[in-house]
Design a protein around this ligand. Structure first.
Ligand SMILES: Nc1ncnc2c1ncn2[C@@H]1O[C@H](COP(=O)(O)OP(=O)(O)OP(=O)(O)O)[C@@H](O)[C@H]1O
Ligand SMILES: [Mg+2]
Length: 330
């Protein structure tokens, strides 16, 4: 987990724009174990975690702003997908406490970002067009940007405690004992089945699930669970299906749902992860928020009605759960 939320002022909780930038240690009884990821706040209760998805947004591996409604959107989209895929692989969800907070089973995370790609785009396209293998896979010559793969491709990378994640081949995963051959075989099969399901459901909403990333973990009994998040706009790239062929044929960019807007804005301001990031005006944060809502509505096929709690109400729900769990109730 990277601690990286210094840029948005932690502890402020909710700001004037109704943004939830996260908890701080002082919000909970001493002894509570709070970890802050870039996006999630995680309270460790031993065999369980309370995960609160904040409104923090990261780009180039740094937290740069707080986006109203983002955490709630990510959490609700994930919960829906977890339930739509629980027949494929058990997931970590135990009990939602609010729109952004969920109690999950604590797993030993396999330190891999299990990326599945249906199309040659993004970093895979950058590698391919520079003549490089894509996570150890040599692709056939003559492919074009945004072309569909005959079969989805798994291109894992390692989850690094600090710095950037590194692409890793399937052979290396086993050779470096990142996962045993049996576990990796399981992970690969689950990831492909999840992606297949994701594609089907996305297609029924007029979307293409282009690529995504999964995190898996092992429970104390050694069984595999899907953890973290699934098929959210942060972990996935979606395109609108309508117009794909036409845009592909003419070599144009696809219409997409993800957070490229924010990255593109940063790049336009000359920021690519080095040096001091630019101040993010409220108008940009609102625009990014609007795009998250648009993504929610497209993915979920329903209007977004916010169900976010105030900072205090959110904290109280968590405190009550911690109290009950200390008393051995749930
Ligand atoms: N069920 C689980 N058991 C244990 N850890 C989990 C579980 N679900 C998610 N996590 C971990 O909780 C953290 C969530 O925080 P967040 O997504 O903000 O992290 P991050 O800054 O993106 O860091 P990372 O690079 O590790 O994902 C991640 O480290 C993720 O691996
Ligand atoms: Mg993460």
């Amino acid at each position: 987990m990277n601690a990286g939320n210094e840029a948005v002022g932690t502890g402020a909780g909710a700001d004037g724009a109704g943004c939830f930038s996260g908890f701080s240690a002082g919000d909970f009884p001493s002894g509570a174990r709070l970890f802050t990821g870039k996006v999630r706040d995680v309270l460790d209760l031993g065999d369980r975690l309370i995960i609160t998805v904040t409104d923090r947004i990261s780009a180039f591996d740094r937290v740069l702003a707080c986006i109203p409604r983002k955490g709630e959107i990510l959490s609700r989209v994930s919960l829906r997908w977890f339930s739509q895929t629980s027949d494929i692989v058990p997931n970590h969800v135990l009990e939602p406490l609010s729109a952004r907070t969920t109690v999950v089973r604590k797993a030993k995370i396999i330190p891999l970002e299990v990326v599945v790609r249906g199309y040659l785009t993004g970093s895979a396209w950058r590698d391919y067009s520079a003549g490089r293998a894509v996570s150890g896979v040599r692709l056939p010559a003559g492919m074009r940007k945004n072309e569909v793969f005959p079969l989805p491709l798994i291109t894992p990378s390692t989850k690094e405690a600090a710095g950037h994640d590194e692409p890793v081949s399937e052979e290396e995963i086993v050779r470096r004992s990142i996962a045993s051959p049996r576990v990796w075989e399981d992970v690969r099969e689950c990831a492909l089945a999840l992606f297949r399901r994701g594609k089907e459901i996305a297609a029924s909403r007029g979307l293409i699930l282009v690529d995504t990333k999964y995190e898996f973990g092992l429970l104390p009994d050694g069984s595999l669970v899907l953890a973290d998040e699934i098929h959210t706009p942060d972990s996935s790239r979606y395109w609108y299906a309508e117009g794909y062929e036409r845009l592909f044929a003419s070599g144009s960019e696809q219409r997409q749902l993800d957070k490229e807007f924010f990255r593109a804005w940063l790049i336009e301001k000359g920021y690519m992860g080095e040096g001091e990031p630019p101040a993010i005006p409220d108008s940009v944060r609102e625009e990014v928020s609007r795009r998250y809502i648009e993504a929610y509505e497209a993915i979920m096929g329903e209007k977004f009605v916010s169900n976010s709690l105030s900072f205090e109400a959110e904290r109280k729900i968590v405190l009550v759960y911690i109290g009950q769990s200390a008393a051995g109730k749930p």
